[in-house]
Design a protein around this ligand. Structure first.
Ligand SMILES: NC(=O)c1ccc[n+]([C@@H]2O[C@H](COP(=O)([O-])OP(=O)(O)OC[C@H]3O[C@@H](n4cnc5c(N)ncnc54)[C@H](OP(=O)(O)O)[C@@H]3O)[C@@H](O)[C@H]2O)c1
Length: 451
């Protein structure tokens, strides 16, 4: 049987998971693919570290460059993380014409354009199924399975740490800080949690999904990003009373046709398709309790994709962890070795630019519905002053709730607000915050009906 040798750069959570999965299912894969996958060399930083994967010492090196350059290594698997050395390693491998498999969403989202150009220039390919939603094969879905669809909306729960925290806040009525501390103790959250809880990790993944769906590369900087730090148990409870569950969503929506007067030149563009002006954003949102995304709990991920031909589809599974992510890496490895055998690396390039005139709409222009929580002095006439400011801004209120059981001078008020542009909403909230009767920064959460 034909053998293909690969080099692993990184044997931590994901690299160790890949090693172990290959020990378990390498023979199964060989029988399915007709190709035996062999790990020729493994680069790590601390060779003496205790590892979940029992990798023979003779295969381990601290020199990733030697793994990339090793003449036996035909496929390089980058699982070291980060965007500096990892970028160097991926580019070095691609320049040698070696296909690269990576799980590195930070790298792909920030440097995708450059890496794809390197792959094309050196007659090879870059595979990144594991970079979004772990074990869920969403990249293949967007690139291959739904190729006959215009994707009109993607709504995804793509960060397991945030979903775990929100699920526990919901189920236990606990505060964000307490659940985060517990999640860190249990290994669901990093000691430095910002990448997850401030939405950046979800923004990397949402940018990749937006790019694949719309055919122009959307960098993380273009994805409007808000995290879950400021959510309070009261928000979670009030949302529940209104029939909603709060989820951190990555959202990609086609809001309308893009301006087609500007035609960007790109040598990698095959053709031009009618382009969308898209929303690409990450924020906590009120999701109707009846929508399937509201029942995606704990560390699970789910991505709902709407296509104009297929209609609504949903992809659900474990979005992180050694095994789920290893499953996606193995899928990419299978594609990489089959492409090597058949010389078919150009069949599905890592990214095909097509909506060349597409653009990301600034969040200020996006129209949403809103939940607003205010802390106000418990006095007559307070509400009239708030309603006047909203009316002057042309923003309508659909309902008002004053949750009971709050003693003292300051009480919460929950407003549900009709459709309004984000800029207008932010402006009026600044005016409301400046009222002497308003005692804390207003909390604004968007409502996503997902209908
Ligand atoms: N963890 C997940 O659930 C998950 C899910 C999806 C995607 N990802 C992505 O997968 C990638 C890896 O994540 P991970 O969780 O497996 O990280 P990790 O546990 O920290 O593992 C990183 C590995 O890279 C090695 N390494 C780091 N710098 C190196 C260098 N300069 N030279 C050689 N080896 C080096 C480390 O060596 P030592 O072991 O000796 O320190 C370690 O084995 C990241 O891009 C991450 O975003 C992770």
């Amino acid at each position: 049987m034909q053998q293909v040798h690969m080099g692993l750069i990184g044997a931590g959570t994901v690299g160790g998971g890949v090693w172990n999965a290959l020990q378990r299912n390498g023979a199964l894969m060989a029988s399915r693919l007709g190709i035996q996958l062999e790990v020729a060399a493994v680069a790590v930083r601390h060779p003496d570290r205790a590892r979940a994967a029992r990798i023979p010492a003779r295969r381990i090196t601290t020199d990733w460059k030697s793994v990339v350059a090793d003449p036996r290594v035909q496929v390089v698997v980058e699982l070291m993380g980060g965007t500096t050395t990892a970028r160097e390693a991926v580019i070095a491998a691609l320049r040698l014409g070696k296909p690269v498999v990576t799980a590195n969403k930070a790298l792909v989202s920030a440097h995708g354009d450059e890496l794809f150009a390197e792959a094309a220039a050196h007659g090879t390919n870059l595979y990144y199924e594991a970079s979004v939603a772990g074990g869920i094969p969403i990249i293949k879905v967007l690139r291959e399975s739904l190729v006959g669809n215009r994707v009109t909306r993607i709504a995804g729960i793509v960060n397991g740490t945030c979903n775990y925290i929100l699920t526990r806040m919901q189920q236990e009525g606990a505060a964000f800080g307490d659940v985060l501390a517990d999640a860190q103790r249990l290994g669901y959250a990093e000691a430095e949690p910002s990448l997850d809880v401030d939405g950046h990790d979800a923004a990397h993944k949402t940018g990749i999904l937006a790019s694949l769906a719309h055919g122009f590369w959307v960098t993380p900087a273009q994805v409007h990003t808000e995290g879950i730090r400021n959510l309070s148990p009261l928000d979670i409870q009030s949302a529940a009373r209104l029939g909603y569950t709060i989820k951190l969503l990555g959202i990609v929506k086609c809001l309308g046709p893009a301006d087609t007067t500007v035609r960007k030149a790109s040598r990698r563009v095959r053709d031009t398709a009618p382009a969308c002006a898209i929303q690409a954003s990450v924020y906590p949102a009120l999701v109707p309790r009846t929508h399937v995304l509201a029942s995606v709990n704990h560390a699970y991920n789910a991505v709902a994709v709407r296509g104009d031909v297929v209609g609504d589809t949903l992809f659900y599974g474990r979005g992180a962890g050694a095994e789920a992510t290893a499953s996606a890496v193995l899928s990419d490895l299978a594609d990489a070795v089959l492409d090597l055998r058949h010389g078919s690396h150009r069949r599905v390039p890592p990214f095909v630019a097509h909506e060349v005139n597409g653009r990301v709409v600034p969040m200020d222009e996006v129209i949403s519905r809103y939940y607003v929580r205010l802390a106000v002095l418990d006095r007559p006439g307070v509400f009239a002053r708030i309603a006047t400011l909203l009316a002057r801004a042309g923003i309508g209120i659909s309902s008002i709730i004053q949750p009971e059981g709050h003693a003292g001078d300051t009480v919460p008020v929950i407003l549900m607000i009709h459709d309004a542009p984000n800029a207008a909403m932010r402006r009026v909230l600044r005016q409301i915050a400046a009222l002497p009767v308003v005692r804390a920064e207003p909390m604004m959460i968007r409502v996503e009906d997902l209908d």
